[in-house]
Ligand binder design. Structure first.
Ligand code: WQD
Length: 338
């Protein structure tokens, strides 16, 4: 029996593969390498000393997916395969709706054909929309998303909840990620965005190794203690462990459940920049720029449900995230180059 990691060569997928392997599960990775490298899967094998069957396929391709399911015994699918750049989704909405929805639908159809009944989905706090009551609880209604990427997460949650309602044997766990950052403590795997990073943390690590001259902080006139936006940053290894905790829960609980994966703690942009400087003893040159359109002032989780239901809670702090993220970037200044 193995766990299929769809999109398992990416940033969160590789860290999750390591945690599943360390917990004694077998994993199979399917990835079209659109935004990832096969080298990352090889690094997972080196970290764990285990073999990971890798299928370079697009999970929208039903025939390729059927072949995988006929060659491997898959009892759970963890689905990370999707496009995730907010700005690109605004420019190319059809591509985002086509790919992200199609991947999910194809996975569900092929799972049904092969009697696979357990599905863990990488959702996002973005589905809470512009709701500004913090912290965010799973019981709050989903909101209005501000971009097509966010709507794909919103719509896929709906598709999965409907599928679980229609099939009494299907288990679905919707994991709403807050802001995953950092890297595996070995420094062998980490975040490797293509082009200019959209997200704050890889931008900071690239400035730290001299790949970019300076960081622009998007606005310091928000209604927060230091004027910069507040997010719930979570170490990617903690996040990965949340998926491992979700699998036994899914096995025993048909139906669908929503679980926040966050720390419950908010950190401002300037706090994270200064923590990074202190922990790594390095200067991060930055300037204050204008606000980025669409940014929320604050976004952080109530993380109690994950502890109650899955027995999981985040254990690492901002200093760990800064230390591990910097180690990855110094060991791999240009990311995965092979
Ligand atoms: C965090 C804070 C920025 C870059 C987005 C998506 C979300 C999810 C993760 C992903 C904000 C500030 C950023 C920079 C800055 N999707 N910032 N300078 O906006 O919480 O979430 O990414 O796959 O759906 O919306 O994360 O890291 O982009 O920004 O000052 O160069 O850092 O304004 O306050 P965000 P982020």
């Amino acid at each position: 029996m193995a766990i299929l990691l769809a999109g398992g060569a990416g940033y969160i997928g590789t860290h999750t593969a390591v945690e599943f392997l360390n917990a004694g599960y077998d994993v199979v990775v399917a990835d079209n390498l659109y935004n990832s490298k096969e080298e990352a899967v090889r690094r997972v094998e080196r970290i764990t000393g285990k073999t990971v069957p890798f299928y370079k396929i697009d999970v929208c391709d039903g025939e390729a997916l059927r072949k995988l399911f006929s060659e491997q015994t898959i009892d759970t699918v963890v689905h990370f395969a999707g496009m995730k750049a907010v700005g690109e989704s605004v420019a190319k909405p059809l591509m985002y709706y086509r790919n992200n929805l199609d991947a999910t639908l194809t996975l569900l159809e092929v799972m049904k054909e092969f009697g696979c009944k357990s599905f863990v989905f990488s959702s996002s706090a973005t589905v809470y929309g512009t709701n500004d009551t913090m912290p965010l609880y799973e019981t709050m209604p989903r909101g209005m998303c501000t971009n097509p990427y966010g709507w794909t997460k919103w719509m896929i949650e709906q598709i999965l909840m409907d599928a679980a309602k229609a099939d009494p044997e299907l288990s679905v766990v919707l994991l709403r990620y807050f802001n995953p950052i950092g890297a595996h403590e070995s420094g062998m795997i980490g975040e490797d965005p293509q082009g200019v990073p959209n997200n704050i943390f890889p931008f900071i690590t690239q400035v730290a190794v001299g790949r970019r001259p300076l960081l622009t902080v998007f606005g310091d006139d928000y209604n927060t203690p230091d004027g910069t936006c507040i997010r719930d940053y979570i170490h990617v290894v903690d996040l990965a462990k949340g998926h491992v905790a979700a699998v036994p829960y899914a096995a025993e609980h048909p139906g669908s459940v929503i679980v926040n994966l966050g720390t419950g703690k908010g950190t401002s942009v300037l706090e994270i920049v200064h923590a990074f400087e202190r922990v790594n003893n390095i200067k991060i040159p930055y300037v204050i720029g204008p606000r980025r359109p669409g940014d929320l002032t604050e976004c952080y989780a109530n993380a109690d449900k994950a502890e109650q239901l899955l027995g999981w809670k985040a254990e690492k702090d901002i200093d760990d995230m800064c230390r591990d993220g910097y180690r990855w970037q110094t060991m791999n200044p240009m990311g995965y180059t092979e």
